[in-house]
Design a binder for this molecule. Structure first.
Ligand code: UDP
Length: 318
């Protein structure tokens, strides 16, 4: 795969912007397309002098064409529970219409294609850890369904374009990922706990805190995307860290990383909050030679400067 011209939808978001950086690092020219609903210009501000980077503000729920591209990375979607609950209908539209439009671009130019999917496809899983072959346990009408079903539909459209139009597609199922550039107020557990710990406020643990997640540091996650992009695998591949933590353990790790003395405050569990989540990454190991290298303690330490700066900026803006 020699680097040429790629388009990244959702390239101004947390993961999309790190992906743009990685592609530029590999020698690609990158067109970032984002409507800035949840993405931010700050995430690509460091690229203002980069001639191989171009930003186009556009909603891909309308057809789009940025000229000839060799790779389509389709990452556009609100992705945190707070964001997709607030923007439920745009989330459904970008997962459905947006996916058709991204695939049309790949089809038109004969480009390769990689789409971000999610562990939410497994819902509140009855199989543990989750293998790619598990079909999931999803509430189709619950509050999370705007995201879960949008992404399941995204996968269905992607496989259809592969089967009917022979588009060279890939699907990555992303598990909880964290690191610099996460929005301080996107409601996800790591930014919430980091912000609360750094301000000396109580850490809000939802439910009894015994539900689990498996947290992958962003650089590991992006390495998995790049490896999958270079592979010929068309069926979904889990890319996530298999080290599983209860949310209470996660809170303790954040307290340790920040040196904070904040207390824990228990709050109600949101509806349909999955009880457990952990990827089986056998397939990524065998197929891509990929596995994460950075554990939660190290990843939180590496994220600390970013979160400190974000908290200081928010305080100064008030
Ligand atoms: N959570 C929490 N306190 C918070 C934010 C989240 O206890 O301030 C919990 C949430 O209920 C879920 C887990 O942390 O069980 C991960 O939530 P997040 O929103 O980060 O992502 P999810 O994995 O649910 O999509």
């Amino acid at each position: 795969m020699s680097p040429q011209r790629a388009v990244v939808t959702g390239g101004a978001g947390f993961l999309g912007s790190h992906l743009c950086d990685a592609l530029l690092g590999e020698g690609w020219s990158v067109v970032c397309v984002d409507n800035l609903l949840t993405g931010r210009r700050a995430n690509f501000a460091h690229l203002h002098n980069e001639p191989r980077f171009e930003f186009i503000e556009k909603d891909i729920c309308e057809p789009f064409d940025v000229g000839r591209v060799d790779y389509v990375f389709h990452f556009a979607s609100p992705a945190s529970p707070v964001d997709y609950t607030l923007h439920g209908i745009p989330t459904l539209k970008v997962g459905s219409l947006g996916t058709f439009h991204a695939l049309e671009v790949a089809h038109k130019y004969g480009a390769k294609y990689l789409v971000s999917s999610t562990s939410e496809c497994y819902g509140d899983p009855l199989e543990h850890p989750q293998k790619e072959t598990y079909w999931g346990h999803v509430n189709p009408i619950g509050p999370r369904s705007v995201y879960d079903e949008a992404k399941r539909f995204t996968e269905a459209v992607t496989m259809a374009y592969h089967r009917y139009h022979k588009v060279d597609t890939r699907i990555v199922r992303i598990f909880n990922t964290y690191g610099p550039r996460m929005q301080l107020n996107d409601g996800r557990v790591v930014p919430n706990f980091m912000k609360q710990a750094l301000r000396g406020e109580p850490l809000t643990v939802y439910g009894d805190g015994r539900q689990t997640r498996s947290f992958c540091y962003v650089s590991d996650e992006i390495d998995g995307f790049i490896r999958l992009a270079k592979s010929d695998e068309h069926l979904p591949v889990n890319v996530g860290n298999p080290n599983e933590f209860t949310i209470l353990e996660c809170a303790q790790q954040v307290l340790k990383a920040t040196g904070s003395k904040s207390e824990i405050r228990y709050e109600p569990l949101p509806p349909d909050d999955p009880r457990q989540r952990r990827p089986d990454i056998t397939k990524a190991r065998q197929l891509l030679g990929w596995e994460p290298k950075i554990d939660l303690a190290a990843g939180l330490r590496q994220s600390l400067d970013y979160f400190k700066k974000a908290v200081a900026e928010e305080t100064a803006a008030k």
